[in-house]
Design a protein around this ligand. Structure first.
Ligand code: ADP
Ligand code: MG
Length: 365
C-alpha cells in the first residue's frame, strides 16, 4: 500500500483551493467573533442584507465536510434559516460515518443495530438505488473509501490485493433491514456520503415551507436546491463549475423549485505521480470511476434522488448514463460533460440552459 503523509501531498487545485478558503474563512469567522462578540459563533456566520428583492437572510456554515450557504427571503427568514442550520447539524451527526453519536457510526461499529426511522428510510432508499442503478450506487463502499484515505485525509493507493479483499464487503444487497433494525453481515459497513447532502437540502426546503418562506436557496458544497423563484418572480440562475478549471463556469441553468446537484472528480481528490485520484468510486474496480464523464449535474424536484443520481451516472459513464436517463426521463434532467468536453443536455432543460464556453453541446432526446 502506498500511503502519503498529508504534508507531503500534492493537492489538486480544487482541494488546495478549498483548504485555502478554509483558512481564510477561519480568519474571517474569528474576526467576526471578535468584532461583534455574540452576534455570530465560531462555526456560523450570519448576514442580513437588503437588495432589490427585499431582505435576504443567510448563514454560512461548515458541516458535512464542506462549506454551506443557507439563504431565505421574507419575514420569517431568520427563524427559518436558524432552524435549517440546526437541522444540518443534526443530520451531520446522525448520518456521518465518523460521528460517534450517530446512527451510521453505531451500526458500522456493531455490525448493525437499531436506528431512527429516518436513517432506516435513507438506507432503504440507498438500497433501492443500488438495485435500480445496477450497482453503480453502492452505499457499502465505506471500507474502500477508508482504504483510499478519504476518511482520514491520509491518502493511499491501496494494493490490488487489498482492494479485491475489501470489495467482498461492498454489496448493498447484503444489508438486511426490517423496520428500524439493521443487520450488516460479513463486515459490511455503510457510507451515506452520496445521498446525505441531497436529503439534507430536501429537509431544509421543508423547514423553509413550514416557516412560510416562498423564496429560498441553499448551496451545500455546490449541491444547490431552490424553493420557489426569486422574490421578484424571476428564476434562480445556477452556474455550473468547469470541472477542468474550477475557477470558471461552463454553463448556467435557470430554475425554480428544483435541486441542481453535481458530482465531479474535481470536488475531492489527491494527486500522486501526476495522477488524480478522486472520491467517487466505481464499485466494480474499487478505483475512482473513470468511465468517460468528468461532471454530472442532475436537475430534479427531489433533492435526495438528484444526489443519488449525480453519483450514480458519474460512475456509470457516458453510454450507460444516457441510457439510464432515457428510461427515467420523467424523473430528472441532466447536464453531463464528457472527458473530451462534449456537453450533453437532456431535452427537458434545453430551454433554460445557457452555455458559457465554446464546447459542443448535444441535446439528448
Ligand atoms: P459530494 O459528496 O462531493 O457532493 P457525491 O454526491 O458524488 O459528491 O458523493 C460522493 C460521496 O459518496 C463519496 O465521498 C462517498 O462518501 C460516497 N461514494 C463514493 N462512491 C460511491 C458509490 N459508487 N456509490 C455510493 N456512494 C459513493
Ligand atoms: Mg451524490
Amino acid at each position: 500500500m502506498l500511503c502519503l503523509q498529508q504534508k507531503k501531498l500534492a493537492y489538486a487545485n480544487s482541494w488546495r483551493g478549498t483548504r485555502m478558503k478554509i483558512r481564510t474563512k477561519r480568519i474571517l469567522i474569528l474576526l467576526c467573533f471578535i468584532v461583534t462578540l455574540g452576534a455570530c459563533t465560531a462555526e456560523e456566520n450570519k448576514t442580513q442584507n437588503d437588495n432589490e428583492n427585499g431582505t435576504i437572510y443567510s448563514a454560512d456554515i461548515f458541516a458535512m465536510d464542506t462549506y454551506m450557504t443557507l439563504s431565505a427571503y421574507g419575514e420569517k427568514a431568520e427563524t427559518a434559516v436558524s432552524a435549517a442550520v440546526e437541522e444540518v447539524n443534526r443530520l451531520d451527526t446522525l448520518l456521518s460515518v465518523s460521528s460517534e453519536k450517530g446512527d451510521i457510526y453505531y451500526i458500522n461499529q456493531n455490525g448493525g443495530g437499531q436506528v431512527s426511522e429516518e436513517t432506516a428510510e435513507l438506507i432503504i432508499k440507498a438500497k433501492k438505488a443500488f438495485t435500480e442503478t445496477d450497482g453503480a450506487f453502492d452505499c457499502t463502499i465505506a471500507p474502500v473509501m477508508e482504504a483510499w484515505g478519504f476518511r482520514s485525509g491520509n491518502f493511499c493507493i491501496p494494493e490490488a490485493e487489498e482492494l479485491s479483499e475489501l470489495l467482498q464487503k461492498v454489496d448493498s444487497s447484503k444489508i438486511l433491514i426490517e423496520g428500524t433494525e439493521v443487520l450488516l453481515p460479513d463486515g459490511v459497513s455503510i457510507d451515506l456520503g452520496g445521498i446525505a447532502k441531497g436529503y439534507t437540502s430536501h429537509q431544509i426546503m421543508e423547514i423553509y415551507r413550514e416557516n412560510g418562506i416562498t423564496s429560498g436557496i441553499v448551496s451545500l458544497g455546490g449541491n444547490v436546491e431552490t424553493l420557489g423563484t426569486k422574490p421578484d418572480g424571476s428564476l434562480w440562475r445556477i452556474a455550473l463549475q468547469d470541472p477542468e478549471n474550477t475557477e470558471e463556469y461552463f454553463a448556467v441553468l435557470e430554475v425554480a423549485d428544483r435541486a441542481i446537484i453535481t458530482s465531479g472528480g474535481y470536488q475531492r481528490n489527491f494527486i500522486q505521480d501526476g495522477e488524480v485520484y478522486h472520491h467517487i468510486i466505481d464499485p466494480v474496480t474499487g478505483f475512482p470511476a473513470q468511465n468517460g464523464l468528468i461532471s454530472v449535474t442532475i436537475v430534479s424536484k427531489d433533492g435526495t434522488l438528484a444526489d443519488v443520481l449525480s453519483t450514480s451516472l458519474f460512475v456509470m459513464g457516458t453510454e450507460k448514463a444516457v441510457n439510464f436517463w432515457r428510461q427515467h426521463k420523467d424523473e430528472f434532467d441532466a447536464v453531463m460533460m464528457t472527458e473530451d468536453r462534449r456537453v450533453l443536455v437532456t431535452e427537458g432543460i434545453m430551454g433554460v440552459f445557457t452555455p458559457l464556453t465554446n464546447d459542443s453541446v448535444e441535446v439528448l432526446s
